[in-house]
Design a protein around this ligand. Sequence first.
Ligand SMILES: NC(=O)c1ccc[n+]([C@@H]2O[C@H](COP(=O)([O-])OP(=O)(O)OC[C@H]3O[C@@H](n4cnc5c(N)ncnc54)[C@H](OP(=O)(O)O)[C@@H]3O)[C@@H](O)[C@H]2O)c1
Length: 325
Amino acid sequence: MGGSYKLVRVFRQLIDSVLDASVFWSFDASGYRRHARNFHPQDLNVDLSGRVMLVTGANGGIGLEVARTLARLGAEVRLLCRSVERGQQALEAVSAESAHSTVSLDVVDVSSLASVRAFVDSFEGERVDALIHNAGLIAEERTLTKDGIELTLATHIIGPFLLSRLLEPKLIAAAPGRVIWVSSGGMYTTKLSLADLDWQEREQFDGVAAYAQTKRMQVILAEMLAEAWAGKGIVCQAMHPGWVDTGGLQKSLPNFTRFMDGRLRDAQQGADTVVWLAAADRSLASTGKFWLDRRVSRTHYLPNTREQAEDRQRLWALCEELSGI
Ligand SMILES: NC(=O)c1ccc[n+]([C@@H]2O[C@H](COP(=O)([O-])OP(=O)(O)OC[C@H]3O[C@@H](n4cnc5c(N)ncnc54)[C@H](OP(=O)(O)O)[C@@H]3O)[C@@H](O)[C@H]2O)c1
């Protein structure tokens, strides 16, 4: 009996490894359902009362679902949105569902250094239990922000880096404070490169390539911040949500969305690991990792995407220089 049970388990693990290696049957909704069989159901049986959690890009898609779930679990949730109107709509929706939690809106454009600084200056709270870097986009054309930084880089890296560093004392005050970067499986396709960051030298702007490059940077920065914060009471993680049916995906990759019809994850499935990293005790056991479906995931599939140590240091220096920290 015991022998045949073991055999079934080994066979199941083998099938899981093959499906995970396929990527397709890992990042899609069936991958989520398969991975969810290994979740610990009690992990999110938590009361987050008294914890303050900040979600950037909280007015749609994954960010809205994260905010909703954290508020339902009792956290004080601050929605950091760049549009007053869209932010207000999200605020009403989240507040209506979580009568016992405090939910508020802060108008913050994370691609703008002035906006990030103004938010931190006006932030009166003493603690930040979780800072979730969710805001993201695939830019249609090359755009420089007012700070002179390419928009994708500013949104995914420089603004969030500044926000993380400025909020450091409040994250420490909440120890364990948690910083979570919503990266993307798209980063697997690329190696860290710091050449031509403002896309001036290349003939054509490629929004998907700029996206993948900055998503790779997020994973590396999460590792570096985790190292810098070791022993200080801040845990820093990166994750990817799989392929999720959101307004952002439909707009930026319409053909892929059509091709994946019926196979994409829903927002709740995409938000699950973000919520788990922000709320569960179990996720505090490590720092500086890259997660998919509550499980540590590899950061490279291809042999030629590994960066050199000097390039990691250059990325850090660049973040400090461009953010003016
Ligand atoms: N959907 C997927 O399959 C998928 C896969 C991998 C990774 N991700 C990542 O998941 C995150 C959420 O994506 P999503 O699919 O939920 O996209 P989404 O529906 O487009 O949501 C993105 C959110 O980010 C906000 N945002 C963009 N730029 C901002 C800025 N400068 N300041 C503040 N907020 C800003 C957007 O606000 P506006 O409404 O004002 O534009 C929106 O609320 C992104 O980081 C994305 O890269 C998604």
